[in-house]
Design a protein around this ligand. Structure first.
Ligand code: ZN
Length: 225
């Protein structure tokens, strides 16, 4: 058995097979993503992220706020913070270093972070302190509603906005949908919902929506519009 363990742990062998009671068991030393995925996400790094921002800036794109779009070449740089406020701060820091602006949509109903936890709210405030905007990431999954009517929907958006503003201590001006295919969220495509700028309005004809952040090399180093 000791001999077999050394074979499994060596550089030549990635797995151990054992035949016990007529059954063959295989134990893999490591699991790796399929090669295709590994290549696809090779630039999904902080450096790749920084490089993408630099490319956009060098191509003359302005990082715009939702309420300040204009006719010049611009990008609307948005993060829906679904999982980690700590990682959000890391990206916000890179953007600030590159003099880029982003909107961070945070979810008061998140099961992965709690906006009322002082450490998390300190991170949100730090993102805002870096010059970025904090918006509402509206989570329809938190409500026992399968189909929204306009009045009820705007009332729910307003309550969520007040909740976030109370926690944040500053006004919220924009909104994005968490899991937009839940309920009939996508039917609400006005530029503004309950006074908040809609991150996914109907009039997105000239907007190229990119998600997740593409690889730096995939975005091409040339400027294309
Ligand atoms: Zn989301």
């Amino acid at each position: 058995m000791a001999h077999r363990y050394r074979a499994f742990d060596g550089s030549t062998y990635d797995n151990l097979t054992l035949e016990l009671h007529g059954h063959l068991f295989r134990i893999d030393k490591r699991t790796s993503l399929p090669q295709r995925n590994a290549a696809e996400f090779a630039d999904f790094t902080e450096e790749g992220f920084r490089s993408l921002i630099r490319q956009l800036k060098s191509c003359g794109y302005r990082f715009a706020r939702y309420r300040d779009l204009g006719d010049d070449p611009h990008v609307i740089w948005r993060h829906d913070v679904d999982f980690s406020m700590h990682r959000a701060v890391a990206l916000g820091q890179i953007e600030a270093e590159e003099a880029a602006f982003a909107t961070y949509f945070v979810n008061p109903r998140s099961v992965f972070y709690n906006l009322l936890e002082p450490e998390i709210m300190a991170l949100v405030r730090r993102i805002a302190g870096l010059g970025h905007e904090i918006g509402l990431h509206f989570d329809a999954g938190a409500f026992a509603v399968t189909r929204w009517g306009e009045v009820d929907f705007v009332a729910a958006v307003n309550r969520e906005r007040q909740l976030l503003e109370l926690a944040l201590g500053s006004p919220v001006r924009s909104i994005s949908w968490h899991n937009p295919d839940l309920t009939n969220l996508l039917e609400f495509e006005a530029d503004e919902i309950g006074g908040l700028a809609n991150a996914l309005p109907a009039d997105t004809g000239a907007i190229m929506y990119i998600a997740p952040i593409p690889t730096a090399t995939g975005a091409s180093s040339r400027c294309r519009r």
